[in-house]
Design a protein around this ligand. Structure first.
Ligand SMILES: Nc1ncnc2c1ncn2[C@@H]1O[C@H](COP(=O)(O)OP(=O)(O)OP(=O)(O)O)[C@@H](O)[C@H]1O
Ligand SMILES: [Mg+2]
Length: 224
């Protein structure tokens, strides 16, 4: 039986928005306050379960994100999650006070719902929730935090990481028009699914890691 007291907090956002940085910081702060917390991260690139995700992102199934439809690509990410749930983090979910997820089912909404026509969005969400939470029995998040960074700024952060070498980007990262469609999907989720938006920029600049982290910590503490 899962421990119903464990809260699953998802940190999501566009590529390079600071998900890994903020997930780690949030877990550290919760631990400092005496809560038992840890992070999980998706895709699980260390595991063979991410093989199809790697094929997709590297362009071996097509060089454009739309070459693999929303439902097929979503299933690649979902099976990776369920394999890691069974093998590793189901036991954390039973033991910990907080699990902080760097991306989750929510990333399918951002990156895959972007591929479906607007009138089909709710039907895609119904399908995804039924598939991941009911059929695959993955836990539903207690809170979803969306790190909102202007895509122009997040692209710069990614650019820094790859030292300007465009060839190192995956098929999502190198398609700016697609990234903007992903942002529209996230806005839909903020407006309709109760995701909490954290504005990570101020006057056209990214806010400090500490500032953003304090907002997220307050949000989680106020809702616990
Ligand atoms: N608030 C911030 N200010 C400045 N730099 C930041 C900030 N947050 C993150 N970074 C830096 O930006 C880069 C991307 O951050 P991070 O890896 O946390 O993002 P991510 O959302 O997990 O990225 P990806 O989508 O590629 O997995 C890193 O080099 C990180 O140190
Ligand atoms: Mg990351």
């Amino acid at each position: 039986m899962a421990n119903n007291n464990c809260r699953l907090i998802v940190i999501d956002g566009l590529d390079g928005s600071g998900k890994a940085t903020q997930s780690k910081l949030l877990a550290e702060r919760l631990n400092e306050k005496g809560f038992k917390s840890r992070t999980i991260s998706f895709p699980d690139y260390e595991s063979d379960s991410s093989a199809l995700v790697k094929m997709y992102l590297s362009g071996r199934l097509g060089s454009n994100p739309d070459d693999v439809n929303a439902y097929a690509a979503s299933s690649f990410y979902a099976v990776d999650r369920v394999a890691s749930y069974i093998n590793t983090w189901r036991k954390y979910y039973e033991e910990y006070d907080y699990i902080i997820a760097d991306r989750y089912t929510t990333s399918n909404i951002i990156h895959q719902m972007a591929k479906v026509p607007e009138p089909e969005r709710q039907s895609y969400i119904d399908w995804l929730f039924d598939f991941e939470y009911n059929r695959l029995e993955l836990p539903a998040p207690d809170m979803v935090v969306f790190l909102d960074v202007d895509p122009v700024i997040s692209q710069k952060l990614i650019f820094g990481r790859y030292q300007g070498d465009e060839s190192k980007k995956d098929i999502h990262e190198r398609d700016f028009a697609y990234l903007m469609r992903c942002r529209d999907s996230a806005v839909y989720a903020i407006e309709n699914l109760g995701w909490v938006r954290i504005d990570c920029t101020c006057n056209g600049e990214i806010r400090s890691i500490e500032d953003i982290g304090s907002d997220i910590f307050s949000l989680v503490a106020d809702n616990s």
